[in-house]
Write a protein that binds this ligand. Structure first.
Ligand code: SF4
Length: 299
């Protein structure tokens, strides 16, 4: 029996739905029931009827699915697939900022551990961060963990005072303005599409700035035929499915090695053994669910 046949048989037997992030390998995206960015997948996780969710992504995504769906079994094909940025915030500094600014709102990018979310007032994604930050009554915003996304949002909401944290995504920060300019020199008609986890120097070169879903929608609606893609290149699978005649160029960025740990064999294995189950202590789950639910209300 092929690995795909095995997955198909097991997903029925286990009453499982397979969710995959745009950054995992093409063959994993191809067998998934739903493919999307972290916000879309966390919303889908609350809507599906299946008892088991197989989350093809990194650990914080499985945690978010579990936080919002405590009654479901959430399993990960690879428990070691972990986003380094999701951990990059210092609790002591958050507490100090809370002491210093009485009306502080700790705004936490969804790309963060459940532990970090427990210290946040609201979660955001790259698609809804601007809207949510604007709608908060607070004047002082502590943005965790991604400094680049925080700086981009701050540039769009100048009326608020931001405190930045020094977290970053090693994939998006591997994209340099120099490389984007070189690729642009070779393909002068290509539009530059940038994820806001990139640096402000790269964002300054963008024709469009947005989440992975935003980039996909932009390409689908654009009349332009060539694009320089400044995010993880796993997104190419969906871009080429939607627009096979358009041309896409990378900017020399790194791959997300954690997302690429998810393979078809591991999906089959996880479904067969049902071992890689995401568990969260109930107190922590409840504390982490508050900022996520506030995001779903405000976003
Ligand atoms: S691409 Fe960056 S932010 Fe996304 S999972 Fe990989 S390391 Fe984390």
């Amino acid at each position: 029996m092929s690995t795909i046949d095995k997955i198909n048989q097991l997903r029925k037997e286990r009453d499982a739905v397979i969710l995959a992030h745009y950054y995992v390998d093409d063959e994993v995206q191809a067998i998934a029931d739903y493919v999307g960015d972290s916000f879309y997948l966390s919303k889908i996780a609350t809507m599906v009827k299946a008892k088991t969710i197989v989350f093809c992504g990194v650990f914080f995504m499985g945690e978010s699915a579990k936080i919002l769906n405590p009654e479901k079994t959430v399993i990960l094909p690879d428990m070691g697939a972990d986003c380094p940025m999701a951990h990059m915030a210092d609790i002591r500094k958050i507490n100090e900022a809370r002491e210093q600014y009485k009306d502080l709102a700790v705004v936490c990018y969804i790309n963060s551990t459940a532990e970090l979310k427990t210290y946040a007032d609201v979660c955001v994604t790259s698609s809804n961060a601007m809207k949510i930050v604007k709608s908060l009554p607070n004047q002082h915003i502590y943005f965790i963990p991604d400094e680049n996304l925080g700086r981009y949002i701050a540039s769009k909401v100048p009326e608020k005072h931001f405190i930045f944290n020094d977290g970053y995504c090693h994939v998006h920060t591997s994209i340099t303005a120099k490389n984007v300019n070189i690729v642009k020199g070779i393909h002068p008609r290509a539009q530059v599409l940038v994820h806001p986890e990139c640096t402000m120097e790269v964002i300054a070169l963008a024709d469009y700035v947005g989440s992975t879903s935003g980039i996909i929608n932009y390409v689908a609606e654009s009349r332009n035929k060539e694009f320089i893609v400044c995010t993880e290149m796993g997104v190419l699978y969906e871009l080429q499915l939607k627009k096979p005649k358009k041309r896409f160029y990378d900017a020399g960025q790194k791959q997300c090695s954690d997302m690429k740990r998810v393979t078809l064999e591991k999906v089959a294995d996880a479904l067969e053994k049902m071992e890689n189950v995401v568990e969260l202590e109930e107190g922590k789950r409840l504390a982490a669910s508050k900022p996520l639910e506030r995001m779903l209300e405000l976003g």
